[in-house]
Design a protein around this ligand. Structure first.
Ligand code: CA
Length: 186
């Protein structure tokens, strides 16, 4: 085997190793969150559970879709602060704008009021690309320590999945969706 080929294979393995590190250290904590949609003025179709069931076009033949009639806010309250490196949303039909705001110390109100909660705003990423049928990514310049994610959207997009990706490996223990539901809807 030539030196050149050995170097090439070695480099490829190095790329795999680095990629492996990235894949194992990024974790989706959205399923751990208590998820809620704002109520009262905004109407939606579908189920909140569709947002974090891991199914979206490309990996599922018939994924459930959540869709605002026009605009609305989704919130994800995490059990404890984590370093959020990226929030991404799989959108379908209906181009829309998005504003993702990251809070620390915010909590869902007992009355369901959840927009712009008390707590410290740690980051805000906007997207006005109005794309459809793909992931829309929201990345802060550096990972943000937060425990509450607010997604505000205008345009009535179809939303198939929401992922909240962290760089830490064990800050949050996975919870079952049944536990989350029972915590909020009892
Ligand atoms: Ca889904």
């Amino acid at each position: 085997m030539s030196v050149k080929r050995i170097v090439w294979i070695g480099g490829f393995c190095l790329v795999l190793a680095v990629t492996g590190v990235v894949l194992t250290s990024a974790r989706n904590v959205a399923p751990d969150a208590v998820t809620k949609a704002t109520e009262g003025y905004n109407v939606y179709r579908g189920e909140l559970a569709y947002l974090t069931d891991g199914k979206y076009p490309g990996n599922s033949d018939n994924p459930g879709v959540f869709q605002w009639e026009n605009k609305g806010i989704l919130v994800f309250e995490l059990p404890e602060p984590v370093a959020i490196a990226e929030v991404r949303i799989y959108v379908g039909e209906n181009p829309a704008s998005f504003i993702v705001t990251l809070f620390l110390g915010a909590k869902l109100g007992a009355d369901g009021q959840s927009r712009d909660p008390e707590g410290e705003q740690k980051g805000c990423i906007e997207n006005y690309d109005f794309v459809t049928h793909q992931w829309v990514s929201f990345r802060p310049d550096a990972p943000v320590i937060a425990d509450y994610v607010q997604i505000e959207t205008i345009g009535g997009p179809e939303i198939y999945e929401v992922e909240i990706l962290t760089e830490d490996g064990n800050a949050v223990q996975p919870s079952s969706w049944g536990f989350i539901k029972s915590r909020f809807f009892h």
